[in-house]
Design a protein around this ligand. Structure first.
Ligand code: ADE
Length: 346
């Protein structure tokens, strides 16, 4: 329940939605049939969308969980497109008060998609306001205070909430339980990233051979957003240092210049592994200590940097903290048996 001022519509809408329209929309698939990878998730969505369209009902609320850049926002846009409805986007941090949400929800039409990115960062007061909206399609508004307080229940149109999170574990269980469909997005397989790179190259009129596409894909941290970013860097390199076409050698040289190594690790990844090995004797080390050493936010380490390093086995998570694996030692050419005991490389 709320009794706060309602912010203006445009204030609450995410800046991101404007950037998306300008920057990524050309590369982003618009239909589920164009979407590459995440086969199980796509199949679930295909069935849910077709069933809802047949029944002429809005889709159930959907939660996507997974590291950044794997397609959570793209899927939300595709879902709205397939359902033939509008999408209104916001994010957890942008929704500061119940009133912010109220302004958006009361403008929603039947079947519209309300996308909340980083939903785990939504303040508790806003979250509680969302419960009746999700469950009963109603919000309760309080007028006045104390003995004069009166509530008014606003009816909402049946909308579909799509939440995206990199930290599903931080969501309260009442919120989590209100989603009808919850799916984890995983890092992409190399074969899927190769298809994505080739598709993007074709949209951008870039000539790339199979080996060039492979070289970019295998260094893209299993992430389409990274693959597309690297493709653009390699395109620049190819244009200025070669004849414009992307071959294996051009891709390798360009990516080396970007500081992306053979395993797809960048500067931050290597610094993290070096910090565990040199400063903490290979670990285990707590995430907060590691973040302080690297002068990064712990949340950035947890949500952005370490998921791929955990997935690929460069680091191991234990109850005492993170450890560098044997693979990390060998990647950095440090003998595993002789763990260094001289801290202070940083
Ligand atoms: N571009 C970015 N991600 C994509 C995906 N999963 N499928 C097709 N194109 C993409």
């Amino acid at each position: 329940m709320i009794n706060e001022e309602v912010n203006s519509f445009s204030e609450i809408l995410e800046k991101d939605s404007i950037l998306d329209a300008e920057d990524h929309l050309t590369l982003r698939p618009r239909r589920l049939s164009e979407y590459i990878g995440q086969d199980k998730v796509v199949e679930t969505l295909n069935i849910a969308i077709e069933a809802a369209l047949q029944r002429k009902e809005p889709l159930e609320h959907i939660l996507f969980n997974g590291p950044p850049g794997l397609g959570k926002t793209t899927l939300a846009h595709i879902i709205a497109n397939e359902m033939g409805t509008k999408i209104i986007t916001s994010s957890g941090p942008a929704l500061e008060k119940g009133g912010d949400l109220m302004g958006l929800l009361t403008h929603m039409e039947k079947g519209d998609v309300f996308f909340i990115d980083e939903i785990h960062r939504m303040p508790k007061v806003v979250e509680e306001f969302l419960y009746p909206a999700m469950e009963d399609f109603a919000v309760d508004f309080i007028f006045d205070k104390g003995v004069h307080a009166r509530t008014h229940r606003y009816r909402l149109e049946q909308f579909t909430l799509i939440g995206a999170t990199t930290r599903a574990g931080l969501l309260s269980s009442p919120l989590r339980e209100r989603f009808g469909i919850t799916r984890d997005l995983d890092f992409y397989m190399e074969k899927d990233l190769i298809r994505i790179v080739k598709r993007s190259a074709s949209i951008l009129s870039i000539i790339i051979d199979d080996e060039g596409a492979y070289e970019i894909s295998r260094r893209a941290r299993g992430t389409p957003r990274v693959a597309n970013r690297l493709l653009k860097r390699v395109r620049d390199f190819a244009q200025v240092r070669a004849n414009g076409d992307i071959t294996r050698n051009v891709a390798m040289d360009a990516l080396e210049l970007e500081g992306i190594d053979e395993s797809g690790l960048g500067e931050t990844d290597r610094k993290l592994l070096q910090a565990i090995i040199w400063n903490y004797k290979g670990g285990p080390v707590g995430i907060e200590a590691l973040a302080a050493t690297l002068q990064l936010e712990a949340d950035v380490l947890i949500e952005v940097v370490e998921p791929y390093l955990l997935k690929t086995g460069f680091i191991i998570r234990t109850s005492q903290g993170r450890k560098a694996s044997e693979r990390a030692f060998s990647h950095l050419n440090i003998p595993y048996q002789n763990k260094p005991d001289t801290p202070g490389l940083f």
